[in-house]
Design a protein. Sequence first.
Length: 226
Amino acid sequence: MKVLLVEDNHDIGEAVERRLRMAGHIVTWNRTGDDVVAMLDHDPVDAVILDLMLPAADGMAILRQIRRQQRDLPVLVITARAEIDDKVSLLDLGADDYLVKPFDMREMEARLRALVRRPAGQFTSVLQLGDLELDPASRIVTQAGQLIDLGRREFGLLDALMTQAGRVVTRERLMSRLSHLEDGGSENALELLVSRLRRKIAASNVEVVTMRGVGYMARVVADAQT
């Protein structure tokens, strides 16, 4: 696919560009945020990766302009803003998905692929694992169609685990992801959070497995796969 990367941080931009090029994608890197919409008009792309904090432009304003002119263009926002209100605003403005810095390059690539595969006009990247579905935009989790009531921290943990379903997510990665939430950044708090999440999804065919000394992994219960 052809991707427009809008990112002023050299290290992050270089890492994203290298990762995508190694996967065979074509990447155009805009380092300032200037003339993004004009670039898209001149050279259409399959997706945009957009940082919000840019030296020459307001990322939110760029997102609004893209949505006014190219409604179906997938936009993955990357941001250092961890407050939940900012994330809700992003989705309301038309972002298809978001990643909070620092993020895993594998997760970035997986989310980007999911956005590009989605049907035109569908602006959420719903995650599905077993009989669980998680919608990042509406912040709703269902099990076989039944709503599961999760708190913000529980939702963030399940989101992180389902995004990397079948893979181990390190404790450090999870604590970094949840550090902006109250009591979310310590190892003890993480263990309690995992315990609460397990109780709430106990009726599903998904389990959260402890990989001792490393982290956690979400997977479909083995018996349910046979």
